[in-house]
Design a protein. Structure first.
Length: 317
């Protein structure tokens, strides 16, 4: 049961509520290929305030909104967290200060998991997502290095910027009709959007070059948009991009430390800001004649001796 409302200082809450964005903007939602749905705001609501009992604390130090529908913060020092029945939203950064957490139990009432909820919970090993969850926010599981597998529930309709950003060893499954998981990568159901390209190398989906350490990653035919951070920190020397590709979103290939060569196929029109930032070994780039938009700092911090073959009319800075 929840205790009587307890007040927290603004300095305490600044750490708890370091959010400020929706899981997905309405503009982004309209770009999706699956049915529209009103998105739930995963921030603490502006109508709440310190004087009217913004938070309630349970016996384990977990914080909830005054109506019990939003899980605000996991108790410090906890290794196991049972979120109370009736919670509908796990707000942004809810587990930010609980690096020791290992097990989280989510009730069937939860509909939305916010941005960075479990980010950098390095010891998290068990998490089961209930079939009531409809949306998962940006980079939700970034830094959860011990999390080995996760199943996207059948109810899931929306996903923010790569929830699995940077994870190396997690195996992902999907029961959702809105997301296709193949070769441990997450696509939209029709295969046109790539949200997360995973680092578990499947030999049937890579091509070995003449050298044992030269590995080329392939993507689905029909792919049109590579979403932000989708290929973040993947350990491939080359990506075979499909001819159907149209857009590479911002930071899509950031920190691909082993990437040596990339050929952007004809038909691609847009490469957004910092798409290949920090690809330190990148030396050979081919840009297509169809390219009409090139963002800023696309190749920032890449190899100093990089060779760009530019077939477009865009001037490379």
């Amino acid at each position: 049961m929840l205790k009587k409302s307890k007040s927290y200082s603004k300095s305490d809450l600044n750490l708890i509520f370091r959010s400020g964005i929706f899981i997905l903007s309405n503009e982004k939602a309209q770009d999706m290929t699956y049915p529209q749905h009103p998105l739930l705001d995963t921030r603490m609501q502006s109508t709440d305030n310190l004087d009217s009992g913004l938070c309630r604390e349970d016996e384990n130090g977990n914080l909830y909104s005054s109506d019990g529908k939003r899980f605000v913060k996991c108790g410090d020092g906890s290794t196991t967290c049972h979120i109370a029945e009736g919670v509908e939203i796990i707000v942004d950064y809810a587990f930010l200060t609980t690096s020791l957490i290992r097990n989280v139990y989510v009730p069937d009432t939860v509909k939305a998991i916010g941005n960075n909820v479990f980010a950098h919970c390095e010891d998290l090993v068990k998490l089961e997502l209930s079939d009531s969850i409809e949306q998962i926010g940006d980079t939700t599981f970034e830094g959860c290095d011990e999390l080995r597998q996760l199943t996207l529930p059948g109810s899931l309709k929306y996903m923010g910027i790569n929830p699995f950003k940077g994870l190396q060893r997690i195996r992902i499954h999907s029961n959702s009709p809105h997301f296709l998981v193949t070769h441990n990568s997450i696509y939209s159901a029709d295969g046109t959007h790539l949200y997360a390209y995973n680092n578990l190398i499947d030999s049937s989906y890579t091509q070995a070059g003449s050298m044992a350490d030269h590995i080329v990653a392939r993507m689905l035919k029909g792919l049109e948009i590579i979403e932000p951070y989708a290929c973040y920190a993947r350990d491939f020397t080359d990506f075979m991009l499909p001819k159907s590709l149209k857009v590479i979103r911002h930071h899509a290939f950031q920190r691909c430390d082993e990437l040596e060569e990339i050929v952007i196929p004809e038909g691609t029109t847009t490469i957004e800001d910092e798409a290949f930032k920090d690809c330190e070994k990148l030396r050979f780039v081919t840009l297509p004649s169809t390219l009409t938009s090139l963002g800023t700092d696309v190749f920032k911090n890449c190899g100093s001796d990089m060779n760009i073959t530019n077939h477009s009319s865009i001037e490379i800075p």
